[in-house]
Design a protein around this ligand. Sequence first.
Ligand code: GLN
Length: 193
Amino acid sequence: MLRVGVLGLQGGVEEHISALKSLENVMPVWVRTREDFEGIDGLILPGGESTTLGKLLHRLDLMDFLRDKIASGLPVWGTCAGMILLADQIEGQDETHLKLLHVKVSRNAFGRQLDSFDKLDNIPAVSEQPIRMRFIRAPRIMDWDKEKVEVLYKIDEFPVAVRQGNILATSFHPELVGENQVHQYFVDMIYKI
Ligand code: GLN
């Protein structure tokens, strides 16, 4: 049984837990404290609000701890705000968070809450079936390390799904539309790492 954690401080935690529950041989784990990290095989950083999530990680003294875990190989998947938490650079602001993923993100790049949209398309690296993606105040990647970062999916010329070794990041939320294929990809990625 694979234990997959979801960072449960703020944002869309329960939706990821349900998507994980729909997969075979996966036990979702709500992660809030250092102790909760014990025995997890991978971790999802959910969507929410990256500034708030960053503040909470500092307040709970988890920022450096989490960075070290990921830097030493813990498989991690950031969705939306989770991608922003992972990024090296955030356009228009000096404050960054984990600084592990070699990309520059632009926050809210597709507009406001009212501009949210769904897209159904193939992401060949992830699945043979089309994947439903929901974009909500989503970031996009403006620049990236072309050697280290593999682009899995783009909208226009901007990456919205990327992989860098043990790090997966998507601008969109599959978990909000009953979509579990990216979760399956993440589980397979954990097995292979
Ligand atoms: N716009 C949010 C941020 O900048 C992210 C939105 C989301 O996670 N759906 O943190």
